[in-house]
Design a protein around this ligand. Structure first.
Ligand SMILES: *[C@@H]1O[C@H](CO)[C@@H](O)[C@H](O)[C@H]1NC(C)=O
Ligand SMILES: *[C@@H]1O[C@H](CO)[C@@H](O)[C@H](O)[C@H]1NC(C)=O
Length: 219
């Protein structure tokens, strides 16, 4: 795997944001946007997914966190791949914890497939994290919840954002995901963006900025 893009804190580091890109992208794709929305005391880590063959794209190889067979909410999912990628994200979190940043000062987030992995990883991490930023995504293996969820994640703050004109990960799927999350998480904020497709916007990034500042306040 390529080394993650790391944006060091510019003040004394007291928090970390790990942000996961979407299918076919790299850590570089989101690094500059995250550098703008993070407070000075937050270090940003944007890893790049390993390159693998993707069923959805006729077997072409590209950066991918786990295999995607369809982008249909009821399609088959790559359970071993999702669990393997989750181990990798948990290891990234652990390395921040070993470096002295407690789990409740670590936010995870992502876009599309990266957002899906961020949600799954945070809900299954044994300790409560600072929060999740889930952009234009879904909850993988949703039928395994609430069983798969760790006890500490009930109060996990989640910001879930979705464009209402998303032709890739349908808006309706985002809404359905929010209702599944609401059955097990108290603190979920689902935001819709009018006219937004499968991408981000200044309005959305501003909401992300506020969420980060609220859940990783300066100490
Ligand atoms: C949950 O998973 C089932 C089975 O794969 C699927 O039919 C359903 O649409 C999914 N719901 C969401 C919100 O993804
Ligand atoms: C497991 O995940 C790692 C890191 O994401 C990746 O390098 C490896 O190829 C994956 N293995 C499988 C079998 O998916």
């Amino acid at each position: 795997m390529a080394a993650p893009v790391v944006i060091a804190a510019t003040a004394k580091q007291t928090g970390t944001l790990i942000f996961l890109h979407g299918l076919g992208d790299t850590g570089q794709g989101w690094a500059s946007a995250m550098a703008v929305v993070r407070p000075s005391y937050v270090k940003v880590i944007c890893p790049t997914a390993p390159t693998m063959s993707v069923t959805l794209n006729a077997g072409f190889r590209m950066p991918c966190w786990f295999d995607l067979k369809t982008l249909d909410e009821s399609g088959p999912e790559d359970e071993p791949g999702i669990k393997n990628a989750t181990k990798h994200i948990h290891a990234l979190i652990e390395s921040e914890v070993s470096a002295g940043i407690p789990p409740e000062r670590i936010l995870v987030g992502g876009f599309s497939q990266g957002g899906a992995l961020a949600l799954y990883s945070a809900l299954t991490y044994p300790k409560r994290l600072a929060g999740v930023v889930a952009l234009s995504c879904w909850l993988p293996l949703n039928r395994s919840f609430p069983g798969a969820k760790t006890l500490n994640s009930d109060s996990l703050p989640i910001l879930q954002c979705h464009g209402d004109c998303d032709p890739v990960v349908p808006y309706k799927w985002g809404q359905m995901t929010a209702s599944v999350l609401k059955t097990m998480i108290r603190n979920i904020d689902f935001r819709s963006y009018r006219g937004l497709t499968h991408t981000s916007s200044d309005e959305e990034l501003n909401d992300v900025k506020q969420f980060i500042t609220k859940h990783l306040p300066s100490q």
